[in-house]
Design a protein around this ligand. Structure first.
Ligand code: CP3
Length: 343
């Protein structure tokens, strides 16, 4: 295990002899204790906005696995909610929002987030900080503007985010105004989280990979860079992880131009290419295939060793290449942690 706040040290550019470890979506349906609390809370957003519940869910994977980082339990879609959009989660089907299917609707979106609606999230952070063991780094997060916009425009998840990509091509001015609204709201939200007590934040750009290089620059790199600047104006020491999933060769531009301290890598990227595009002291985080964690066995041991070897000798935080899925056996998570820690 790493020492004091190992994740934060790695984000400051340090190389540790064993990487600290946490998992994206580490609080979730693969845990029976999560499913139990989820059933009590009512709707998914009720769970996110009830501080006692959200704090408990945040701490569940820390108690069970002693991870090196806790991630705030919330969702990226609380920002559209704070912008006055209707957001619901259908069981087993994912999020549903009022779609924004023309320029007039885009222009009708409230320009400023109602931060009062996010106050329960800040209260959750204060509750978690009281209970978190001192070696555990506490991470806040938001969705990147592009990824949040894809859900706001389509009103739901889609395989390739065609509705948002079409809107950005057809209505670039209205789309840019929505993105600017999301930049301001997301920066304010991250600043609020840091002031409430998280040690670092992650910006999830889950859908960065569907963008062409020109659009990637404009809708992933530039908005993320703007958020990083705004956050650092308010909190100069802020440590920030960016996760541009499936960025491929666009990773180089993202690493150079956004100003993030660490980059989350998906499992598809070649490790040598990633090491070249993201040179130390910038940290990398990742990148075990979430499916090999379902498979377990020797395939899992091999994949863990590959990740450890690929990023040995540089600042590295061990993680998955995307979130853990509900069908993952808990015993496989334990197997992975033992191997990473050499225990
Ligand atoms: O990582 C964590 O443990 C912290 C909590 C967290 C959640 N969502 C909880 C959640 C985080 C960091 C997120 C981020 C998020 N939310 C992203 C970006 C990262 C990624 O995984 O791609 C996205 C795209 C969303 C939007 C979202 N929320 C979708 C598409 C869904 C439905 C799909 C699914 O997994 O069910 C959600 C719901 C959601 N968010 C759940 C959890 C635990 C499951 C809801 C439930 O319990 O019923």
């Amino acid at each position: 295990m790493s020492g004091q706040l190992g994740v934060l040290e790695v984000l400051s550019g340090k190389t540790l002899s064993r990487p600290p470890i946490w998992m994206m979506r580490q609080a979730g349906r693969y845990l029976p204790e999560y499913r139990e609390l989820r059933a009590k809370a009512g709707g998914f957003l009720d769970l996110c906005f009830t501080p006692a519940y959200a704090a408990e869910v945040t701490l569940q994977p820390i108690r069970r696995f002693n991870f090196d980082a806790a991630i705030l339990f919330s969702d990226i879609l609380v920002i559209p909610h704070a912008l006055g959009r209707s957001v619901t989660f259908e069981a087993g089907e994912g999020p549903r929002l009022d779609p924004l299917d023309d320029a007039a609707k885009l222009d009708g979106v409230q320009r400023e987030a109602d931060m009062g609606k996010l106050e329960p999230v800040f209260e959750t952070i204060r509750l978690v900080r009281k209970e978190l063991p001192p070696h555990v780094t506490f991470l806040g997060f938001c969705g990147a503007p592009w990824t949040v916009a894809t859900y706001m425009i389509a009103g739901r998840g889609t395989p390739d985010q065609a509705p948002a990509r079409l809107m950005a091509y057809r209505e670039p001015e209205a789309f840019a105004r929505l993105m600017e609204t999301l930049v301001q709201a997301s920066a304010g939200y991250l600043i609020g989280q840091l002031k409430a007590g998280v040690h670092a934040v992650q910006i999830f750009d889950t859908w960065a990979g569907v963008l062409s290089p020109r659009e990637f620059q404009r809708w992933s790199v530039e908005p993320t860079a703007a958020i990083v600047r705004l956050v650092r104006e308010a909190v100069p020491e802020a440590k920030i992880i960016g996760f541009p999933r499936d960025a491929g060769t666009n990773l180089e531009a993202y690493a150079k131009l956004t100003g993030v301290n660490g980059i989350g890598l998906d499992w598809m990227i070649d490790a040598k290419a990633a090491n070249r595009m993201v040179p130390a002291p910038q940290a990398v985080q990742g990148n075990l295939d979430p499916l090999v964690l379902i498979a377990g066995g020797r395939a899992l041991d091999q994949a863990v060793d590959d990740v450890l070897e690929a990023f040995a000798g540089r600042p590295h935080i061990f993680n998955l290449g995307h979130g853990i899925t509900p069908e993952t056996p808990i015993a496989h998570v334990e197997q992975m942690i033992r191997r990473v820690r050499g225990a």
